[in-house]
Ligand binder design. Structure first.
Ligand code: PEP
Ligand code: MG
Length: 325
């Protein structure tokens, strides 16, 4: 299958109606780095830093992390890498951290909540990232931000580390962008000041969908019950797009749906300009984008939503089947 898409590697994800969609890859392990060249990704839209913590039996040290992050930035060769700070708790339990006995870990003490309550690791990670960037641009995003103040507080920790590094005379990043993952519905309703403050927003669709439908992403029985192409969910995505457009906040999507071609073209039609996915999905997604008139697809989605359908999937499948190659 990879062979089939090899010819597309160096072509842009340009839709029939002339929109170019940025296709980036999700990564987290050193083993993912060769895919950066092989897949034709424009960058790394999500680097899951917790994977480096999960494969060890003790907390990694700052200098070791700085070396790892520097290798990632080197491998990206000038392309953007969005480093997501530690997203632990929920399904990702560190072997060297005291297990929390929580009835609902996905809604519990996880991700940035841990980072804000015990900022030592967040600050250590920020320092490692700043050192790794060594004068190059740096992009950091926080997982599971639920409200404006969490973003401001997490960002203050990073900016404080930046000041300390500068005061020590160490090189600081040439440019730094600090963004938030939108994974809880509450953040979509944050005050305008949040959207103005953040440098970018990345929708974590796996978590966002689980909390939108209140359907556990780990529970086979309910996981597939609600369609991503559900009209209410797409309407919600449209609202997020509108808030980001209004405040000129760059918006991307990095959940698993970004790597499913049908879902990906629908997200692009809803106004997402950047999608981040597992490297093997880039070929199939690019191939479908290049065959699709996104404005015409959007019209089909809007008509069907207005007509009150539960999911636009049948209409979308019908539209895509009627497109010629
Ligand atoms: C998401 O929730 O969509 C996401 C990208 O983060 P993770 O899958 O690591 O929770
Ligand atoms: Mg998530």
């Amino acid at each position: 299958a990879q062979q089939r898409y090899a010819g597309l590697r160096d072509l842009p994800a340009l839709s029939r109606d002339g929109r170019t969609i940025g296709l980036q890859m999700n990564a987290g392990l050193m083993a993912d780095l060769p895919s950066l060249e092989g897949s034709g990704a424009d960058g790394v839209g999500l680097f899951r830093t917790e994977l480096q913590f999960l494969i060890r039996n003790k907390m990694p040290k700052r200098d070791e992390l700085a070396r790892l992050y520097a290798r990632v930035i080197d491998a990206a060769n000038g392309r953007r890498v969005a480093f997501r700070t530690l997203d632990i708790g929920s399904d990702k339990v560190l072997p060297y951290m005291k297990p929390q006995d929580e009835p609902n870990p996905a809604m519990g003490w996880r991700a940035i909540r841990v980072g804000l309550d015990k900022p030592g690791v967040l600050r250590m990670q920020a320092q490692a990232l700043i050192r790794a960037s060594n004068g190059r641009p740096l992009s950091i995003m926080f997982p599971f931000i639920a409200e404006h103040v969490e973003f401001i507080t997490a960002r203050a920790h990073v900016l404080d580390q930046l000041d300390r590094e500068a005061a020590m005379g160490h090189p600081t990043p040439r440019a730094i962008e600090i963004g938030a993952m939108l994974e809880t519905p509450s953040l979509a309703f944050a005050p305008r000041a949040f959207f103005e403050a953040t440098d970018f927003v990345s929708i974590g669709g796996n978590d966002l969908k689980q909390f939108f439908f209140a359907a556990d992403r780990e529970n086979e029985r309910v996981r597939r019950r609600y369609d991503t192409l559900n009209a209410s969910f797409l309407g919600f995505i449209a609202q997020i797009v509108a808030r980001c457009t209004d405040t000129q906040t760059p918006l991307s999507f990095c959940g698993e749906d970004a790597g499913r071609p049908v879902e990906a073209v629908c997200l692009a039609a809803m106004g997402l300009h950047t999608l981040s996915m597992r490297p093997a999905s880039i070929g199939p997604v690019k191939s479908l984008i290049r065959r699709t008139d996104l404005a015409a697809l959007r019209a089909v989605i809007d008509e069907n939503c207005a007509a009150g359908v539960e999911t636009v999937r049948p209409a979308v499948m019908d539209f895509l089947a009627r497109q010629t190659d």
